[in-house]
Design a protein around this ligand. Structure first.
Ligand code: PMP
Length: 365
């Protein structure tokens, strides 16, 4: 990392979230004139050779990072992950009446609610009984062999629960909302029918959703599916059936190049493990701060924690802000605090947070 401009703070937001400074600096330097084109990427026709080149390079780099097999399409779409809560059943039901969903928190709740508009949802496993603090083992899943697909949220952004393993659903396609840990670790894409991720956590700005889908699942969109939501149409149009989120796509491309330069996903995963360990080790040793998630299922990206006395929350947040750390307030659905420490969060940010927590505990604990 280069030297930090003094005005940059440590941003622990769950998304839109911190981006690599090198990426932001490069985008700034290319803002008025991208590579001698005399234009900003924002001003380019998506049909022009410059943007077609940017888009193709981004896809190539993403494929390389994730080792995406050749029989998968990579789509750069819009609407946020939540639109794809609907697009997934619209595209994948293929005439079947039901789909299996794993219920592990706020985002799976919303995915289920949306899928219910299109099909029968069989909740095959749930962690609701334990306040969404764990990822149910596959041995407890009650899958319905008649289901069109099995959906799970592989990292619950709000609860901070991450699947550290990939479920095996046999012939039934596995679908993951991987929004909040996408590109934080290597992933065996071949185990999935479809993976989708909103970009605004680890991959770029809001407005872009990346969908990776196995080719044989295309071409069965239900009647009434909007054309721009039909994954087959978009695959055939290189994600340009309509005007894509071109600037967001370009920034995501810069993030992919940054990831490659940093050593790829295995190297980033190592760093993410070290960052998360720093915070979890502190939490486990503390008698004042607490994380409630089962150890094996703790997220490396989103780390919720509570103070022993919630009356001190406001004071904690105020002190954090005074020390250059923002967006630590937990989601309103669960309260407490949450530190999102995505790829672009430097370890210095986590160190500063832990230092501050230690100091706060000594004073108030
Ligand atoms: N799924 C997950 C796991 C998320 O974290 C989010 C956003 N925080 C969403 C879906 C929804 O994304 P969007 O608001 O971009 O539709």
């Amino acid at each position: 990392m280069g030297s930090r401009p003094t005005t940059r703070i440590f941003n622990f937001s769950a998304g839109p979230a911190v981006l690599p400074e090198e990426v932001l600096a490069q985008a700034a330097s290319e803002m008025l004139d991208w590579h001698g084109s005399g234009m900003s990427v924002m001003e380019m026709s998506h049909r022009g050779k410059e943007f077609i080149g940017i888009a193709a390079q981004a896809e190539k780099d993403l494929r390389e990072l994730l080792k995406v097999p050749a029989n998968y399409k990579v789509l750069f779409l819009q609407g946020g992950a939540r639109l794809h809560f609907a697009a997934v059943p619209m595209n994948l039901l293929g005439g079947k009446k039901a789909a299996d969903y794993i219920y592990t928190g706020e985002w799976s709740k919303l995915a289920i609610k949306e899928a219910n508009r299109f099909c029968e949802v069989n909740v095959a496993a749930s962690s609701e009984g334990k306040n969404f603090t764990f990822a149910p083992e596959q041995s407890t899943w009650q899958l319905d062999p008649k289901s069109a697909y099995v959906h799970y949220v592989s990292n619950e952004t709000i609860g901070g629960v991450e699947f550290n393993w990939i479920p095996d659903t046999g012939k039934v396609p596995l679908v993951a909302d991987a929004s909040s840990h996408f590109l934080s670790r290597p992933l065996d894409v071949s185990k999935f029918g479809l993976i989708y991720a909103g970009a605004q956590k680890n991959a770029g700005p809001a407005g872009l959703v990346i969908v990776i889908v196995r080719e044989d699942l295309l071409g069965r969109a239900m009647q009434g599916t909007p054309t721009v939501l039909d994954y087959k149409v978009q695959a055939e149009a290189d994600s340009m059936s309509n005007t894509p989120a071109s600037y967001a796509w370009y920034i995501a491309g810069l993030v992919f190049q940054w990831l490659k330069k940093e050593g790829g996903l295995a190297a980033i995963e190592k760093r993410n493990i070290a960052k998360a360990k720093l915070l979890y080790d502190f939490l486990d040793a503390s008698s004042f701060f607490k994380n409630h998630v089962r150890k094996s299922d703790r997220s490396r990206m989103n780390i919720p924690f509570t103070l022993a006395d919630p009356k001190l929350d406001a004071e904690f947040l105020k002190g954090a802000e005074a020390r250059g750390m923002v967006q630590l307030k937990g989601h309103r659905a669960v309260g407490g605090m949450r530190a999102s420490i995505y790829n672009a969060m430097p370890i210095e940010g986590v160190k500063r947070l832990v230092e501050y927590m230690r100091e706060f505990e000594a004073k108030r604990g």
